[in-house]
Design a binder for this molecule. Structure first.
Ligand code: MAN
Length: 473
């Protein structure tokens, strides 16, 4: 009888701190009083040496219920915590006089000192209250999150719609450009052609005539001046001086005057004629000469176009014949519009392939502001736009990565780099700034609570996050 009681007591001692799933390992070898270390079965000890406060096994498996073996994280003490959740505690915290209720609400970690009564019912009540609050908060956050997701979808749709209309606009402009380019190659009408061709030459001739007339006037004035000089010489020279050169010059001048012929004044005024030619070319209408024999296919085209034009007049806008200057201008303007459109399309297309988090949720908060006054500064965080500290630009949105928003190219730090900011998120139904730090000069880290960061929380997460309010135990 005595031996049987001792055996039970020894078994009870051997099972201190052992979790239920390992209990079957803490039994003597059948028909003996021996036991083998779990990590090294070559080591055999007496079953009664388990939890005798002496470390026999290198892996510590014989002292799971004491602090005799060096702690290695493998043989932690099991607290049953009836009425709450079982847990494990490090062996070095056993019987140290401290009630570690966050791990062992049943106080079993102090089984020798007996200092800690079982508080599992109170702890569990606190846990249930915490879980209720968390679940309510998550439900609220999820409601807010579903609104944000709706925004995100609408924002993407908006971009897609814009892109669709831009594609249509592009093809309209391309057609317009093609028509104008054709007009630039093929003359708009014979009338314009004659005038344009003729005026090109009449303009050049007018310029040449003007130049000749001016040159003629200039030479005539010069000649008149020279004639006056030679005339003075002829009348004023002293014939008593025997200067052969002067006498020869005077004689030749007299000859020149005697033989001089007036050039007949032309009756034709060339400039007037050119101007008349130009006007005349404007009035020439050669369209009649462009007449084409109607073919069967262009007749069909003519009538079908007429019918469609009746229903959709806009798509059949026909440009009136324009002068080449206007056509060139239109080509220029259309090309510029196409260029601008292409650039905007590229920006939007890149945006659509950008990373905005799971279900693109961050699109849903784009442009929202979260503000707070902290440490004497007014902080304004523009989500996916820009961040300000009073008038200081702390960064412009650069990209999203792994749940964080990165901003750079802010105002330059005095004697330092450009300011930059990283914004990270934690889950809450309310969107607000939780903290701001400046770990490096002019590098700001901002923590924001927002529904965007909310995930469905698991039971394990709730248990891990739960903290006991010791003041209420
Ligand atoms: C201002 C603020 C600070 C920053 C200093 C740098 O005071 O922007 O955050 O550290 O400038 O000179």
């Amino acid at each position: 009888m005595k031996a049987a009681v001792l055996a039970i007591l020894t078994t009870a001692t051997a099972l201190i701190g052992v979790p239920p799933e390992k209990e079957h390992l803490y039994k003597p070898i059948e028909g003996t009083s021996k036991w083998r270390c779990l990590g090294d079965p070559s080591i055999e000890i007496e079953f009664s040496q388990i939890n005798d406060d002496y470390c026999d096994c290198p892996d510590g498996s014989d002292e799971i219920g004491t602090n005799a073996c060096a702690y290695n994280g493998q043989n932690m003490f099991y607290c049953a915590n009836k009425g709450h959740f079982p847990d494990f505690i490090e062996n070095f915290k056993l019987n140290d006089g401290v009630c570690d209720y966050d791990r062992c609400c049943d106080g079993s970690d102090e089984y020798q000192t007996g200092l800690c009564p079982d508080k599992c019912p109170q702890v569990h009540a606190q846990f249930l209250e915490y879980r209720k609050q968390i679940k309510e908060e998550i439900a609220r956050a999820y409601k807010a999150k579903s609104e944000i997701l709706k925004n995100a979808k609408a924002s993407r749709k908006n971009i897609e719609t814009k892109l669709d209309s831009m594609v249509m606009e592009t093809s309209k402009l391309e057609n317009k450009l093609a028509r104008f380019e054709k007009q630039a190659r093929v003359p708009v009408s014979s009338t314009t052609l004659v005038f344009e061709k003729v005026s090109l030459y009449t303009n050049r001739l007018t310029e040449a005539f003007n130049h000749l007339i001016n040159a003629h006037h200039h030479h005539q004035t010069t000649l008149e001046k020279l004639e006056v000089i030679l005339n003075d010489l002829t009348t004023d020279y002293n014939p008593n001086f025997n200067d052969a050169a002067v006498k020869e010059a005077v004689n030749k001048y007299r000859d020149y005057v005697a033989n001089k012929e007036e050039y007949p004044q032309s009756e034709i005024n060339a400039l007037d004629d050119l101007s008349q030619l130009s006007d005349y070319s404007k009035s020439i209408n050669l369209e009649a000469t462009d007449f084409e024999e109607p073919t069967f296919s262009n007749m069909i085209h003519h009538y079908i176009t007429k019918v469609f034009r009746y229903f959709d007049p806009e798509s059949f806008e026909v440009e009136e014949p324009q002068s080449q200057d206007v056509v060139n201008l239109e080509i220029d303007v259309t090309k510029k519009a196409l260029d601008k459109l292409k650039k905007t399309r590229e920006v939007l297309e890149n945006d659509l392939t950008g990373d905005y988090g799971v279900d693109e949720i961050f699109r849903g908060i784009l442009g929202q502001w979260v503000t707070s006054k902290i440490g004497g500064y007014n902080y304004k965080v523009g989500l996916l736009t820009s961040v300000y500290q009073d008038g200081n630009l702390l960064g412009q949105f650069s990209h999203y990565k792994n749940g964080k928003l990165y901003y750079d190219k802010g105002h330059r730090c005095w004697n330092g780099p450009l300011r930059l900011t990283v914004v990270s998120f934690t889950c809450s139904d309310k969107q607000q700034i939780l903290s701001i730090s400046e770990p490096e000069k002019c590098e700001y880290h901002i923590q924001i609570s927002s529904p965007v960061a909310c995930q469905d929380i698991s039971e394990e997460d709730i248990r891990r996050e739960f903290r006991i309010d010791y003041s209420k135990l």
